[in-house]
Ligand binder design. Structure first.
Ligand code: FE2
Ligand code: FE2
Length: 350
């Protein structure tokens, strides 16, 4: 799934990868030449457009339109906040995991999510904002995080359902971001996706074990899938017709597929996996459509999605209260780290 881009031994022929790279480089050289005309905004925009058209990366040192920078800050910050808030629903199960092995695996997973938050805050900082500013914007509600983390984890099976469905949806959403036009974001996503893939498998394995356990365990697994299915579908965002940022984001090659395309891909992937799990997807409208070569399915409740995003989900208040408390209780750690860093700079080398 995360293999390289090389199509094979004859990829160098016309129209192959090497041919495309050559054409892209020629276009970039020409655009760079035009960009040397100092202070010429049209030339800067030309170079930016040429980099995007050639499927190359925009790097922090490059000129970029303000709206591109602002849009990326919003998206990367929202993504980083989601990773950090997303530690809460699962973190609460670390002490209650049913065995030492399950505990160690879940601990590693939750720790990975903290790491994802850090890579993403670091990627956002390359755009000229500080992590402290972004955290403030989360804490005072100016920035959001994914709606999915406002649902409660009621049983151990929820940890399985989150891994399978929530991390699964994250993978479908995020694999295309590995090729997004902003270099630091794309590179952070490569590592994140590899780890998400491990997360999905651990969730799948939990559900697989429960589904084949006692009748009560099977029912617990089914109940978790019943509760997490529609919120997971909602993770792909509003339908394409209502998606505010999509068109511009696609033109800038930040987003590579539409919300509805990704949602369809996720449903098609899950149907087969649910069959292997021996669990039912809770949608009476789910059926194979021969003509479309895809599954028809019932859309999630988008009004609920908007309500949860705006703060009215089952756990919004609890999640934000916990985050604010953790932030204030961690103040001494940040102060100590800053004092230590300042002291290190004072040390004159012998
Ligand atoms: Fe993550
Ligand atoms: Fe994850």
């Amino acid at each position: 799934m995360y293999g390289n881009d090389f199509a094979g031994p004859d990829a160098g022929s016309d129209g192959g990868l090497l041919g495309q790279v050559e054409a892209a480089e020629a276009a970039l050289r020409a655009a760079a030449l035009r960009g040397r005309v100092e202070g010429d905004p049209a030339a800067l925009q030309d170079y930016f457009d040429a980099v995007i058209a050639a499927d190359q990366k925009i790097e922090p040192r490059d000129w970029m339109p303000d709206a591109y920078r602002r849009g990326l800050v919003r998206q990367i910050a929202q993504h980083a906040h989601s990773e950090i808030i997303g530690m809460q629903p699962e973190g609460s199960w670390i002490t209650r995991a049913p065995s030492l092995k399950r505990k160690a695996i879940l601990l590693a997973k939750v720790q990975d999510e903290a790491g994802h938050g850090l890579y993403l805050y670091a990627a956002a900082e390359t755009l000229g904002v500080s992590r402290a500013e972004l955290v403030d914007m989360l804490l005072d509600g100016r920035q959001k995080y994914s709606s999915i983390f406002n649902y409660p984890t009621l049983t151990w099976a929820d940890i399985g359902a989150i891994g399978w469905l929530v991390d699964g949806a994250a993978i479908v959403n995020q694999v295309p971001l590995c090729r997004c036009s902003y270099g630091p974001y794309a590179r952070a996503m490569i590592r994140i996706c590899k780890e998400e893939s491990f997360h999905q498998r651990q969730g799948y394995e939990i559900l697989h074990t429960l589904s084949r356990g006692t009748q009560a365990q099977h029912e617990m697994a089914q109940d978790a899938v019943d509760r997490w299915w529609y919120p997971s579908l909602a993770m792909f965002g509003p339908p394409d017709t209502d998606s505010t940022h999509s068109a511009q984001s696609m033109a800038w090659k930040i987003k590579r597929f539409s919300n509805d395309d990704l949602r369809q891909r996720f449903v098609d992937m899950c149907v087969q996996q649910a069959g292997v799990l021996g669990l039912r997807i809770p949608d009476p409208g789910l059926r194979w459509n021969e003509e479309r070569q895809a599954h028809d399915f019932t859309a999630p409740d988008y009004d609920e999605l908007m309500r949860v995003i705006k703060g009215d989900g089952p756990c919004n208040e609890e999640r934000m209260a916990h985050r604010r408390r953790a932030h204030s209780e961690g103040a001494w750690v940040r102060e100590a780290a800053a004092a230590y860093a300042a002291k290190q700079q004072e040390v004159v080398p012998a």
